[in-house]
Design a protein around this ligand. Structure first.
Ligand SMILES: Cc1cc2nc3c(=O)[nH]c(=O)nc-3n(C[C@H](O)[C@H](O)[C@H](O)COP(=O)(O)O)c2cc1C
Length: 320
């Protein structure tokens, strides 16, 4: 076949990579019972009635003969927790199934756990597709879970998020300052933060906690005892001075106790922070219920990325 112009293979791959997909592992079993499996993002739906799906396998894949011979295969739509598994099944020659627990299947193919969805199939058609072979399968059985699916786009793993609405091509109104727009990250973060806080503030007030008090108590609920320097280092991102004077004030109010220059929560402090954290958890559940589970996962992921890329080098609270 003639192309209208010579294609640069790398550039062609990158253009194809603009099409976002999920990530699957497709498995089958050889005649002698040996399991095979590959990571594949070429999966797609074909027909609802009869239920048909397809995927394509490179001609040079070691498992090609096994898939051709087996006549049955299982497609696993991977969840976001299965990125490492995707990498494992994308490497040729590894003992891909080592340590994996398999479930009972209607096909002869291995059935993996922890996926977003699974389709158990019997080969219906096989087509030659250039340097790939296209398998079209009839779906004999399927199941799905609420696990967030893993995506693949522009050569990397990704998570889905719903679009907030069409991107405006023309400004809707002329802002007083061109610097302040609806998309200003500071505005979005600040507004989201304060709207979230509205639901938690009554509980802070009930326990007489200012924002600064909350930072100290929440920190010590995760990690205690801590000295004044440790507390200041962990809370430096707030920009609030949480030095020895502020800590002594919290001791005087019976929220903290000090021993050998290290601070920990008093019983009253623990009670107060548990109430506030419970209110924060309830506010989170309320918001999460209004987002898609996929979006909620993507939001957490993006916020973690933002925190990581803007981190000036503060001590790690969760991993140290
Ligand atoms: C995200 C991702 C998607 C992939 N999709 C496909 C695919 O659709 N078809 C394919 O043949 N290989 C695909 N691969 C590469 C195979 O997983 C890889 O070549 C694997 O080693 C083949 O296994 P085998 O040689 O043991 O049979 C993909 C790899 C990754 C990381």
């Amino acid at each position: 076949m003639e192309c209208s112009r010579p294609f640069d293979p790398r550039d062609f791959r990158q253009a194809l990579g603009m099409f976002a997909t999920g990530v699957t592992i497709v498995t089958a079993r050889m005649d002698d019972g040996t399991p095979v499996g590959v990571t594949a993002n070429s999966f797609n739906s074909v027909s609802l009635e009869p239920p048909l799906v397809l995927w394509s396998l490179a001609r040079n894949a070691r498992s090609l003969a096994a898939f051709r011979g087996a006549g049955q295969w299982n497609v696993h739509i991977l969840s976001r927790e299965q990125e490492a598994l995707s990498n494992r099944f994308a490497r040729a020659g590894e003992d891909k199934f080592s340590g994996l627990e398999l479930e009972a299947a209607v096909t002869s193919a291995p059935l993996l756990s922890g996926c977003s969805a699974r389709f158990q199939c019997r080969t219906q058609f096989e087509y030659e597709g250039g340097d790939h072979v296209i398998f079209v399968g009839e779906v004999l059985d399927y199941d799905r879970s609420e696990r967030t699916p893993l995506l693949y786009v522009t050569g990397g793993y990704a998570l889905a998020t719903r679009a907030a609405g069409p991107v405006a091509t023309e400004p809707q109104s002329q802002p007083a300052s061109a610097l302040f727009s609806e998309d200003l990250l500071g505005y979005l973060l600040g507004r989201a933060h304060y709207q979230f806080l509205t639901a938690v503030r009554p509980m802070l007030d009930r326990h007489g906690l200012a924002e600064a008090d909350f930072f100290v108590l929440a920190l010590l609920s995760v990690r205690e005892p801590l000295g004044a320097d440790g507390i200041a280092a962990h809370t430096a991102y707030t920009g609030i001075d949480l030095g020895p004077v502020a800590l002594q004030a919290l001791c005087a109010r019976g929220l903290l106790q000090e021993r050998d220059q290290a601070f920990s929560l008093s019983e009253r402090g623990r009670d107060a922070i548990l109430h506030v954290l419970a209110a924060a958890k309830a506010a989170e559940a309320d918001i999460a219920a209004r987002l898609d589970p996929v979006e909620a996962a993507a939001l957490r992921n993006l916020l973690k990325r933002l925190i990581a890329v803007s981190d000036p080098g503060l001590p790690k609270l969760w991993t140290a």
